[in-house]
Design a protein. Structure first.
Length: 113
């Protein structure tokens, strides 16, 4: 089961995911959360993947959906703290070209400035 939590760091919303990212109903939860942020003019989002054990193609689809939701709403989404396994998957699927991936949340926050 995937867990969500979010906090704000220097005007950037950090959504931390933990567990297995498998898309499905979780994708709707993330999408609703992103739409809610855009409605309140919060356009800077970081997805913290530091506690993600596993991600499948639906999980990747969920991240891509999140990215397009943010871009359509004039926002930006970055990824932080992806494990070696997740990074390898992003590289294999050429998604490192789509996502701005950072080693730490702090680095990702800094990249918005």
């Amino acid at each position: 089961m995937m867990q969500f939590s979010s906090k704000e760091v220097q005007g950037v919303t950090v959504i931390s995911l933990s567990g297995n990212v498998l898309g499905g109903p979780d994708a709707n939860t993330l999408n609703d959360q992103l739409h809610g942020l855009l409605e309140t003019k919060k356009t800077k989002v970081i997805i913290d993947l530091g506690d993600v054990q596993f991600i499948n193609s639906s999980g990747l689809g969920m991240l891509i959906g999140g990215m397009s939701t943010m871009r359509k709403g004039g926002g930006e989404l970055k990824l932080a703290r992806a494990s070696k396994k997740v990074l390898t998957l992003l590289e294999m699927t050429k998604l490192t070209n789509l996502f701005d991936v950072h080693e730490t949340v702090k680095a990702a926050v800094g990249a918005f400035k």
